[in-house]
Every structure is written in structure tokens, then in C-alpha cells.
Write a protein that binds this ligand. Structure first.
Ligand code: NAP
Length: 285
């Protein structure tokens, strides 16, 4: 396949480009400077190169920053996917855009499925939900993938920091009262490609399997896997962090479509975490 990846400099974008390349695809990789998804004309021109698939991994992911710049949040996270969806409709290619578990308000006690009504409580989440709506309105073949708690390699994301601090014995703060379903960027990338091949429009919830976990449990598990007994994990409540944006306390996801379209569940998050920590430790040696 000829796969165009936007936001290819980000955590998920890198994983997607790498996975598609390894799968034998021709990958057209665009980072932010190569392609700004808010520029409608440039987006149209770029997609006229006629890729088979466009996977949108570009977003403004600074959840707190979005609170104080609503215009930018909606330009990137809502108008951006709309521009891409329109351009994909014109050439008739597959379009996948990534959304977030934060579209839910977190008040449910169980897992969120596609049947649950989103109720975004931050500007970031509202802009992402608007991106979902605008994508499907612009192109009815849009594939929307909600995910959350993503971890992967690069040295700057939450779990890479955990692994590094655990190795150095530095103190770590971990939130005890936020629950999600972790997602390994590598597994997400593989699922995105499978969905592109299937080409069945709809909303998918893509996360690793398992019971869901608090940030604290997740952090402790990662620290345990590093084998460093000196690392100190401090348990904190989300409220004490006084962050500008509200985040859902529970954003565990489950997908009603995966089995129906013939795809297996993704590996358990603990298995994925083991693989990730082992890879991080090998790299640092
Ligand atoms: N990480 C998570 O836990 C998580 C959870 C749920 C959903 N998601 C979703 O997953 C997707 C990928 O996120 P990620 O974790 O890979 O985030 P990321 O590492 O922040 O990557 C996003 C990329 O988008 C680029 N970008 C920003 N504005 C752009 C624009 N106008 N045009 C083109 N590119 C632009 C950024 O470039 P610059 O940095 O140079 O601006 C960055 O490289 C996003 O849709 C996000 O909302 C992530």
C-alpha cells in the first residue's frame, strides 16, 4: 500500500510509519513542518499524490495548553481532520484519524464502548470530538480510532520517563485515582494498518487487552519490570496536581466492533509493557 502518515514526528506517527515500512508499504511520512494539517490547500495538494491510505496522527496533544488556546485546539484537532477527510474523499482513499478516550467524562464505572455518549470536559477533548464529527460528516468512509494511555519509545513520553527515573533511583509521582486502558504504540500501529486494509468505516476503540489500571499501578508495574528496587513511587491524587484541564477519572475503553470485523484483541497490556521496558533497557545500555 501507499500510506501517507501525518504527524509522523510524534509518538504514534513514528510507530505507524515504522510498522508500515516493515510491512512493505510505501510510506509518505509527513511531520509537522512538512505538512500542516490546518492548511487546507496544502493538504489537498499533498493528497492529490493519491495515497491508498491516509493515517492522521497529527494533533495538538498539550491537554492543558488547549485550555488557554481554544482556537488553536479546534484548528488542529477539529478543522485539521476535516481538511484531510475532504481531501481523501476527493481521491477516494482510505482515511483513518485518531481520537481520544478523553471524549468521555469518566463518570461511568465500567468500560466505555461506542454505545456510550461522549461528554468532553476539556477543550482538548471537545476539539477531538469535533474532529470525529467533522471527519465523518465530510467523508462517510472515515475510520475513527479512539485510544488512550499510549506508551512507546522516544525518551519524552510518560513511560520512558518512568523507566529512566527508575534506573536513576529518582522519585516518581503517580496518580492513584485515574483509570485507563494502556496502549502500546507498536500494537496500535499494527491495528491501524489492519483497519486500513479492512476499510470498514466506523468508530473503533483500540487499546491493549486487560482489566484497566490506575496510573499508579501502571507506573509501579513498569518500575518493577526495570528491576530497580531503589526507585520511590509517590502516590498522588489527580486533584492535588491542580492542572488547568479536567481529565476523566475513568477512561477505560472496550471495542464492540473488533470481533465483529474479524480482528483478534490486542495483546494484554502487561505483555506489551514487558516488551517496551525490555526494549528501553536494552537501548540505554
Ligand atoms: N499520547 C496519548 O496518550 C494519547 C491518548 C489518546 C489519544 N491520543 C491521540 O493519538 C494521536 C497521536 O498522538 P501522539 O501521542 O503521537 O502525540 P504527539 O507525540 O504529540 O504527536 C502529535 C504530532 O502532531 C504534530 N502536529 C501538531 N500540530 C500539527 C499540525 N497543525 N499539522 C501537522 N502536524 C501537527 C506534532 O508536531 P509538533 O510537536 O512539532 O507540533 C506531533 O509531532 C493524537 O490524535 C492524540 O490526540 C494520544
Amino acid at each position: 500500500m501507499r500510506v501517507l502518515v501525518t504527524g509522523a514526528g510524534g509518538l504514534v506517527g513514528r510507530a505507524v510509519a515504522e510498522h508500515c515500512r516493515r510491512s512493505g508499504d510505501e510510506v509518505l511520512s509527513y511531520n509537522h513542518t512538512d505538512l500542516d494539517i490546518t492548511d487546507r490547500d496544502v493538504v489537498r495538494q499533498t493528497i492529490r499524490n493519491e495515497p491508498d491510505v491516509v493515517i492522521n496522527c497529527a494533533a495538538w496533544t498539550d491537554v492543558d495548553g488547549c485550555e488557554s488556546n481554544r482556537d488553536k485546539a479546534f484548528a488542529v484537532n477539529a478543522a485539521g481532520p476535516e481538511n484531510l477527510a475532504n481531501a481523501c474523499r476527493e481521491v477516494g482513499c482510505v482515511f483513518i484519524t485518531i481520537s481520544t478516550d478523553y471524549v468521555f467524562d469518566g463518570k461511568k464505572s465500567g468500560f466505555y464502548t461506542q454505545e456510550d455518549e461522549p461528554n468532553p470536559e476539556s477543550v482538548y477533548a471537545a476539539s477531538k470530538l469535533d474532529g470525529e464529527h467533522r471527519s465523518s460528516r465530510s467523508y462517510d468512509k472515515s475510520i475513527i480510532v479512539r485510544t488512550g494511555y499510549i506508551f512507546g519509545p522516544d525518551g519524552t513520553n510518560f513511560l520512558s520517563t518512568v523507566v529512566e527515573r527508575a534506573r536513576n533511583g529518582t522519585r516518581l509521582k503517580a496518580i492513584r485515582d485515574m483509570y485507563g486502558t494502556p496502549t502500546y504504540a507498536k500494537d496500535l500501529a499494527a491495528r491501524l494498518r489492519e483497519l486500513a486494509v479492512l476499510d470498514k468505516p466506523g468508530i473503533y476503540h483500540v487499546v491493549n487487552s486487560g482489566p484497566g489500571v490506575s496510573f499508579e499501578e501502571f507506573t509501579r508495574k513498569a518500575v518493577e519490570l526495570t528491576g530497580n528496587r531503589n526507585a520511590v513511587v509517590e502516590s498522588v491524587s489527580a486533584e492535588t496536581l491542580n492542572r488547568p484541564a479536567k481529565r476523566p477519572r475513568n477512561s477505560r475503553l472496550r471495542c464492540l466492533l473488533t470481533g465483529a470485523v474479524g480482528l483478534p484483541d490486542l495483546p494484554f497490556w502487561e505483555t506489551a509493557l514487558e516488551e517496551f521496558v525490555a526494549a528501553e533497557l536494552t537501548q540505554e545500555r
